[in-house]
Design a protein around this ligand. Structure first.
Ligand SMILES: Cc1cc2nc3c(=O)[nH]c(=O)nc-3n(C[C@H](O)[C@H](O)[C@H](O)COP(=O)(O)OP(=O)(O)OC[C@H]3O[C@@H](n4cnc5c(N)ncnc54)[C@H](O)[C@@H]3O)c2cc1C
Length: 461
């Protein structure tokens, strides 16, 4: 397995979106705005986009610590999917089921909307609605998959939303080693994440939004953002910093950063492509407990990521491409496509995503204080941040849409904080180890997997 020594600073996606990068000013003075947004990732950018589309006269300012798309939005796996983390908690609860189903249908629409807006705004982010493939390679995976399909049918979702595939049908789409079956997610598109983030930044600027970069917000207060060289006074202040939120004064332990790692191969040649049998740019993964996600890029590379990790004290991790952890990511990809052994990996990077204590995302806005935030997508934020942005824009404008009456909007009660350290680290580490051991036990054919699952159920109900 060969890995190039000269990795770029941020990610492959940033490296291949240089034509989209623009230089923007730092905030150097004290200014006023109607709406001030912290963070130029998808959440901040989509919110600004829909606010401006609703009301072109609004004066909107986005303040970004680094550069637009620097965070998870520029580094992710590029699955623009309808999956909303934690939705099962609503779907499984009879009291919330109907609203959960409605929210899920809004997520279906969101994938189509991202395609429609990027086309309308000429954002060349390689959007291709090829769908997602979750592939079962073990009998235990098949059991989980069949249960999942049955639950989805019971909730009223159809073959057009989620389609069961047998082994032959999976291989007809993608030649995953030892595939026994799979599920095709039709509400899913492959995108180039950094081109979407950077393209959105240019689009909102064209609509009249001011975007300041290299301007870290030091404190967020009602009506006021403070950066090292200037302030923004605004009636409405929205925080869109997801995995980075813990480091902002007064916001500790609400959204903690979980990291994920990715690698990308060199462009595959026609023989390699026919060996793995990609018919379209499917997003693909398997049914391990520790998530795996991949896509074929527009220039025929495989971008692939897996696993999450947490740093003690919610520290944000800087990744070094030579980090041995990346070998595991490469090896996991080769388990899908052993025929690719010998392929060169050109880039390796990581990023962080925000997770709430309830493991559910939220969109929150308080009209009295004018303060709001959205995030906690837990690794599934490409589609979700779009719906969150649309919804925040509705809330700020006071529009009574279908979106604002969904279970993730202003959830009842205060946002629960994570435990202080070391309990937080111990809990997260134990959970992720148990999941890892359960996956490994299944691959070994050991009978221990149900024991680890039981421990997970008891310790983390
Ligand atoms: C490796 C990886 C793979 C992923 N794969 C997928 C996937 O395939 N599909 C999917 O749906 N989701 C995926 N995700 C999750 C998804 O990328 C995120 O949920 C989503 O991008 C979050 O967008 P955001 O705008 O809320 O946050 P971010 O994109 O993280 O943006 C937050 C911004 O706030 C800025 N900021 C931070 N602190 C400050 C401050 N003090 N002042 C000003 N600005 C600040 C940051 O620099 C950053 O630009 C992945 C995430 C990672 C890390």
């Amino acid at each position: 397995m060969e890995r190039n020594e000269s990795f770029p600073a941020v990610s492959f996606w940033h490296d291949s979106a240089k034509d989209f990068q623009e230089t923007r000013n730092r905030l150097e003075t004290d200014i006023h705005a109607d709406v001030a947004i912290v963070g130029a990732g998808y959440t901040g950018l989509w919110t600004a986009y829909y606010l401006k589309k609703n009301n072109p006269a609004l004066n909107i300012v986005i303040v970004e610590a680094e550069t637009a798309g620097f965070g998870a939005s520029g580094r992710n796996g590029g699955w623009c999917s309808a999956y909303l983390s934690g939705i099962h908690q609503w779907l499984d609860d009879p009291a919330w089921r109907e609203d959960g189903v409605r929210l899920q249908r809004l997520m279906f629409n969101t994938v189509a909307d991202v395609g429609q807006v990027t086309r309308a705004e000429s954002i060349d982010c390689h959007f291709e609605r090829s769908g997602g493939l979750e592939v079962a390679v073990l009998p235990q995976h098949m059991d989980r998959l069949q249960r999942e399909i049955q639950q989805l049918r019971d909730l009223g979702f159809s073959e057009d939303d989620y389609r069961f595939l047998d082994a032959v049908q999976v291989r007809g789409k993608l030649n995953v080693d030892r595939a026994l079956g799979g599920i095709h997610l039709s509400h899913c598109a492959a995108i180039h994440p950094a081109r979407l983030a950077l393209g959105l930044a240019t689009t909102v600027e064209r609509l009249g939004v001011s975007v300041f970069e290299n301007s870290p917000v030091l404190s967020v207060n009602q009506g006021l953002l403070t950066t090292p060289h200037g302030t923004v006074k605004a009636e409405v202040v929205l925080v869109a910093t997801e995995g980075y939120s813990d480091s902002i004064k007064g916001r500790a332990r609400r959204l903690i950063p979980i990291h994920s790692r990715m690698v990308v191969t060199e462009p595959l040649d026609p023989d390699q492509l026919s060996e793995i049998g990609f018919k379209q740019r499917y997003c693909f993964g398997n049914l391990d407990r520790l998530v795996t996600y991949g896509q074929l890029t527009a220039d025929n590379r495989i971008a692939f990521g897996c696993r999450g990790s947490y740093q003690f004290g919610s520290k944000i991790r800087t990744f070094h491409p030579q980090d041995p952890d990346f070998d595991l990511v490469c090896k996991t990809l080769l388990r899908f496509f052993p025929g690719l052994s010998g392929v060169a990996f050109t880039h390796a990077w990581g990023g962080c995503m925000g997770v709430t204590r309830s493991l559910r995302p939220a969109v929150s806005f308080d009209r009295n204080s004018g303060m709001g935030w959205a995030g906690g997508y837990f690794g599934n934020g490409v589609g979700a941040a779009h719906l969150a942005g649309q919804t925040l824009a509705d809330l700020v404008a006071g529009h009574e849409t279908d979106r604002v009456n969904t279970p993730w909007v202003n959830p009842p009660g205060k946002l629960q904080r994570w435990e202080p350290e070391p309990m937080r680290w111990l809990g997260i580490e134990t959970r992720s180890r148990l999941m890892q051991w359960a996956d490994q036990a299944e691959y070994r054919g050991s009978r221990l997997a149900p024991v680890y699952d039981k421990a997970l159920e008891v310790l983390f109900p």
